[in-house]
Write a protein that binds this ligand. Structure first.
Ligand code: IPE
Ligand code: IPE
Ligand code: MG
Length: 240
């Protein structure tokens, strides 16, 4: 499945298994160019295709993308509407290619807030790609980590299952997937903004100043390289 040997793009062999990207700065990208924010979101969507492809080609197992947070409803109605429209446009135009490339799609978040048509398209995409062997692509849409934990806890309570670390982690959207190894946030902000807080327990955080539409494959690779220079201890003593 790996189409680019990581070494050929200057990466060591020890890749993160699970990468999360907080795709921030679309608005600033547009504003700096004197364009409406919506065009920044479009530019961001256009960059997505390449980043997903690159992740899959170098052999990343899981890619989690923060597309819309539970707090993003605070934005003007117009912007929220434009975001969903763009998302649907992107989703429908990319789905066949993603499927052909063996990508397995999982939407994380409360989809009930979206129009019926959008919900159906997402359900279909998840079902269609469920058994694909390639990159696992999680799209966090109307997602918040706190809401995810509440949902998971309710699932366990309803089933009458004891709440322990294992059952809780298995009731999250990421059930069965490895924890995050690396979180990249673009546009200079240094916070998690309610993104996958439990899965990030021991993730390495890498911040880059470039806005999301400017996150080239090279810049993305350089974030992965920074991760590869970190020493991970997981609470233990590691000699290095
Ligand atoms: C994209 O960047 C993230 C989304 C919520 C879609 P922003 O829209 O947050 O861009 P900035 O932070 O205002 O520049
Ligand atoms: C986080 O970005 C959410 C997404 C990238 C989808 P925001 O731009 O909403 O985060 P804050 O408000 O700066 O923390
Ligand atoms: Mg932002």
């Amino acid at each position: 499945m790996v189409k680019i040997q990581p070494e050929t793009v200057g990466l060591g062999a020890e890749l993160p298994r699970h990468v999360g990207i907080i795709m921030d700065g679309n608005g600033r990208w547009a504003t700096r160019r004197g364009l409406p924010r919506k065009l920044g979101h479009r530019a961001g969507m256009e960059r997505l295709r390449g980043l997903i492809r690159f992740s899959s080609d170098i052999g990343i197992e899981v890619l989690s993308l923060y597309a819309f947070s539970t707090e993003n409803w605070k934005r003007p109605k117009e912007e929220v509407g434009a975001l969903f429209e763009l998302f649907m446009e992107y989703f429908l135009s990319e789905l066949d290619d993603l499927h052909k490339n063996g990508v397995c799609i999982r939407i994380m978040g409360d989809m009930s807030a979206f129009p019926e048509k959008m919900q159906r398209a997402m359900e279909e995409a998840m079902t269609k790609t469920a058994n694909n062997p390639g990159l696992k692509l999680n799209i966090a849409l109307n997602y918040g980590s706190r809401a995810e934990v509440v949902r998971a806890t309710n699932i366990l309570v309803q089933k009458g299952e004891p709440v322990d670390e294992k059952s809780l982690m298995n009731a999250l959207y990421t059930a069965g997937l490895p924890d995050l190894d690396l979180i990249i946030r673009t546009a200079g902000e240094r916070r998690l903004s309610n993104f996958m807080l439990l899965q990030a327990a021991y993730a390495e955080l890498v911040f880059t100043d470039v806005t999301f539409p400017d996150l080239t494959d090279e810049e993305y690779a350089s974030c992965i390289r920074e991760y590869q220079h970190r020493t991970r201890r997981f609470g233990a003593v590691v000699e290095k």
